[in-house]
Design a protein around this ligand. Structure first.
Ligand code: HSE
Length: 311
């Protein structure tokens, strides 16, 4: 029998991964959001409660990322019952760790478990994208897709998205350092220039192609050589206090690359396992020398995405 109530977990994620603005991201299992969805006699979508590390979020469904994603699902499927959601935030707001995406993904994955006829993962992706748009003002997929599918994920297309999970060399670790400050995604997107110099376009394209090729062929040297964002990072780094010092410290400690996680202010690095602790300590120390406290994690890039935990 179909469950009437389900809880799903969706992991945090690092968007862009330096060279794949709006199209590439990887999941971060250390943190995530949980959403419980019940079938309800109240028509439409309602948000019952928001708990956890970010409580000041809209309870009005249309203004809430999870709520908006559920509305998209509810309308597309013309559901004969209402959906009631309770959101437990594990990802800090404005951290650059894909919190709005995770709430939207957890909501649609939980809701899917209470449907008589479940949706496909690509349908869930599209519903969750509508939720993400509420938070950031744009339909980008680089957090939604890795949170839903897990691992390093490339998404090609918006209306008909093609999702590709990219293999990551097994020795690679992701170091994530979250400074205790808020940075709004809308604000960090609003400062971006609308056009790109041709030389930067060529360089960034080469880096994206090199990075993906390096992942497929286990070529750490190619990953290291390609791990540079010449378009977005130069426009955004001033929003993060100590960015240049943190990046330089990570690279000096042996990182393959270091950049901004999504819209920031969290920073991330990739490193081989043997250098990961030194990279983490160097990044944390560089933030600390600016008086900025952090949370930090080192983890593998697991290809486990959102899942139902209880139904
Ligand atoms: N790709 C997005 C950005 C991620 O960098 O603005 C933020 O959610």
């Amino acid at each position: 029998m179909t469950a009437r109530r389900a809880t799903a977990f969706a992991p945090a994620s690092v968007g862009n991964v330096a060279i794949g603005f709006d199209i590439l991201g990887f999941s971060v299992e250390a943190l995530g959001d949980r959403v419980t969805v019940c079938r309800s006699a109240t028509p439409g979508v309602t948000i019952r409660a928001i708990t956890g590390v970010a409580e000041n979020l809209p309870l009005e469904a249309a203004g809430n990322t999870a709520g908006r994603a559920l509305i998209a699902m509810h309308e597309a499927l013309a559901l004969p019952f209402g959906l009631e959601a309770s959101i437990d935030k594990g990802i800090p707001l404005g951290s650059g760790l894909g919190g709005s995406a995770a709430s939207a993904v957890a909501a649609v994955v939980a809701a899917n478990a209470v449907l008589d006829t479940p949706c496909t993962p690509l349908e869930l992706l599209k519903f969750a994208m509508q939720g993400e748009a509420v938070a950031s003002g744009s339909l980008h997929v680089d957090n939604i897709a890795p949170s839903l599918f897990g691992g390093l994920v490339l998404t090609v297309g918006i209306d008909h998205p093609r999702v590709k999970q990219i293999p990551v060399p097994p020795d690679v670790r992701a170091v994530i350092v979250h400074p205790h400050m808020f940075l709004g995604t809308r604000e960090a997107r609003a400062i971006l220039a609308r056009s790109v110099a041709l030389a930067d376009f060529v360089w960034q394209t080469a880096n994206l192609a090199g990075f993906i090729s390096g992942c497929y062929t286990n070529d750490l040297d190619l990953i290291r050589a390609s791990f540079e964002d010449v378009v977005i990072e130069p426009q955004r780094h001033a929003l993060i206090p100590g960015f240049k010092d943190v990046r330089a410290a990570a690279m000096a400690a042996g990182a393959l690359g270091c950049s901004i996680s999504g819209a920031g202010p969290t920073m991330f690095a990739w490193s081989v396992a043997g250098s990961a602790l030194a990279v983490e300590e160097a990044m944390v120390a560089a933030f600390a020398s600016r008086g900025v406290a952090t949370d930090h994690w080192t983890l593998g890039i697991a290809s486990r995405g959102a899942r139902v935990e209880d139904a």
